[in-house]
Structures are given as C-alpha cells and as structure tokens.
Design a binder for this molecule. Sequence first.
Ligand SMILES: Cc1cc2nc3c(=O)[nH]c(=O)nc-3n(C[C@H](O)[C@H](O)[C@H](O)COP(=O)(O)OP(=O)(O)OC[C@H]3O[C@@H](n4cnc5c(N)ncnc54)[C@H](O)[C@@H]3O)c2cc1C
Length: 386
Amino acid sequence: MDFEYSDSEVAFREEVRNFLRENLPPKAERDRNFLSTWLAEVRARGWVGFSWPKQFGGSDGGLIEQTILKEEMALAKAPPLGSSFMGLAWVGPGIMQYGTQAQKERFIPDILDSKVTWCTGYSEPNHGSDLASIQCKAVRDGDHYVVNGQKTWTSGASWSDWIILLTRTRFDADAKHQGITCLLVPMDAEGLEVRPIENMAGDRHFAEVFFTDVKVPVDQRLGAEGEGWSVTVSALANERSSIGEVTAMFGKLDTLKELVRSTTKQGKPATQDLKTRRTLAMFEAKIAAMKYNGLRYLTKQINGEPLTSETSVNKLHRASLEIEMDDFAVELCGQAGLQLPGGDNAIHNGRWAKASLSWPNVVIGGGTPNIQRNIIAERLLGLPKD
Ligand SMILES: Cc1cc2nc3c(=O)[nH]c(=O)nc-3n(C[C@H](O)[C@H](O)[C@H](O)COP(=O)(O)OP(=O)(O)OC[C@H]3O[C@@H](n4cnc5c(N)ncnc54)[C@H](O)[C@@H]3O)c2cc1C
C-alpha cells in the first residue's frame, strides 16, 4: 500500500483542519445553540453523507477523503456529522438501495438535514446473535401490516423518531432467514410502547419496545415482503474500515498517558513503573495493528472489492482492547478510579469507572466476541462449523 497522500488529499485534510479550528470551540465555550449550528455547518459543507451519491443529496466523496474526514473529526473529538448515527450508517444506505422513489424522497433528506433520528429494532429477548429466528409478527391486512411482538436493547428508542424494524411475515418458510420483512415505523405509532432499560453505569441508552396491533402502511415496507434479511445484511455491510474508531482509540491512549503522568505508584511517578510502561506500549502496538488492518480493508474497498467477514478481526480486537484500557485506568487510580461522575474524588470526572462499566457498548453491541470468533474461524480460516 502507498502511504503517501496526493496533493488534493493533503489539501482536503487542511480544509477539514481549518474548518475545525474555526468552528469547533473548546467544550467549555460551547453554548446551547452550538450543536444545531455545527450540524448545519457540516451539512452545508457536504460532509454529512459525504460518500452518498449526489442524486440523493450526498457528495459522491471518495473513500480516502472520507477516511481523512473521519480521522480529523476523531482527532479533534468533534461531535458527530449528523444527529442520526443509525440513519447515516445503515438506514439511509438501506433506503437508497432498496427503497421506493417515494421512500427516498420522504426519508433521505431528513436524515441528511439531521431532522430525524432513527433506531434499530432487530434484537428480541430470545433472538440476538441468532437474529434470523426473530418472532415479532407482521400480518398483512389490506394496505397495512399489523405488528405484534417485542424488541429489546433498542439503542436510542426513547428519543428516536423512527425505527427500522425486522418482523416475521411467514412462519412456515424453509429457512429461518426467509419470511422476514423490514418495516419503517414512526415511534409515535399507536400501540408502540418504549420502556427504557438502565445499564450498569446508570445510563438509559437502550430500551425494550413493545408492539400491540401497530398498523404500518404497506408503503412503509423497505424492500419486498420476505426479503428483509437481505435488506439487513447489505445495510449493515455499510459499516466499514474502522479507521475513525482507531483514531479515537489513539486519542484515548493519549488521555491514558496523561493519567499515568499525573499518578504515582508506590511513591514514585507511575511513568517510572516498568509494568505500566510496558502496558502502555502494548496498547500502542495493538492500536497500530488495528490501524494497519483498517488500512488493509480500505485498500480492498479502493480496489472495488467488497468487504465481508474480515472486519470481524478489528471488531474483536477492539472489544478486548477497550476493556483492557478502561480496567488499566481504574486500577491505576486505586479507589478514586472506581468513582462514577459526581463522586467526591472522581478522576477525569469518573470517566474511567463509567467506561469500565459500559463495556457492553463496544463488546456486545453489533455482535458478541463469540460470534466474531465463529465468523473468523469459519469464514476466514476455513475451520469446521461450530
Ligand atoms: C449497548 C448495546 C446496544 C445495543 N443496541 C441494539 C440496537 O440498537 N438494536 C438491536 O436490535 N440490538 C441492539 N443490541 C443487541 C445486540 O445486538 C445483542 O445483544 C447481541 O447481538 C447479542 O444477542 P443477545 O443479547 O440475545 O445474546 P445471545 O445471542 O443470547 O448470546 C449470549 C451469549 O451466548 C453466546 N453465543 C450465542 N450464540 C453463539 C454461538 N452460535 N456460538 C458461540 N457462542 C454463542 C454469545 O457470544 C453470548 O456470550 C445492543 C446491545 C448492546 C449491549
């Protein structure tokens, strides 16, 4: 791989950096209007849906520029480039690929303009890893589907406007991934109830969502009836090279190094402790490995090759590394490290204690480590099926 950037890529990076210098004030100086101004500014620049085709309101941006954009945003710890992470990551791409013209016109501009937030109703109480077995039922009744069932762990359900919902429309299909249908449902639909779930760190980011005779017009079905599995698989495949996450992890490592510099261990600066130094070096090496893996994925994409199971390697790697880094920080700080935000002696406002209790976000969300290991073993290494 050629690690050099072209002149226009270097110029683009400079443009992003200049923009950040001028438009991203330090956190303490941001007022109540900051976020809406930020979202409007990045939209005006064409950086929301940067790689989406122009015909849908995107910028047709190239892969390398997109990576530069993600890198610089992560380096600057900037807010997201849009209010709906899921809308941009998979709902929008799914609608562009499978939606009707009317759906594209109705939903895409609002995602790009940060007017609506989407959540994802895939997992059910007994069907997470084994997603193809979902049971939430949709029965066709004239020009509507009537939905009954339950979803769980639905991130952002309490504040989202719409949900992309997987339902079962056939119970007698030969294979379980057949007979699944994808519906787009407003969160204020009659019969839809959201019950927030509190996680270990005290946050209420996800929820259970109950559907009782919820009527969904047929024109809010995404893709053909029974084709919901393909819609989901190809939509989720839009989540890509992990370069943005890698940059954020380098940022987190920098904060960890600061923490080490300000800590003593057995009466001496922690920077002189051999084990501490080795651990930091190991973190750095592991993040670098993720970076080069991410660049390998990027090279494949630039060469027009689709990415498939290989992205499980970085997902798995990141899951264990995030836990190791958070636990290291908590241990380094001793008792104060265990204090959550608001605690009397909380270090970095309880960031590390909170992070170490929030590990399911990166470890389980999007597929558990066991599932990633199965994918790597079976599809990448060709080992026998589990
Ligand atoms: C923070 C967070 C946010 C989430 N957000 C959403 C969301 O927005 N929308 C949504 O739909 N879902 C969401 N989820 C749900 C998530 O996708 C599921 O929790 C995940 O897929 C695992 O499913 P499960 O919880 O049913 O666990 P299970 O599938 O029951 O797994 C339990 C354990 O068994 C193991 N296991 C299962 N099958 C196998 C196998 N074949 N081989 C080996 N081991 C196996 C798993 O690795 C795990 O350790 C979220 C979860 C979390 C933690």
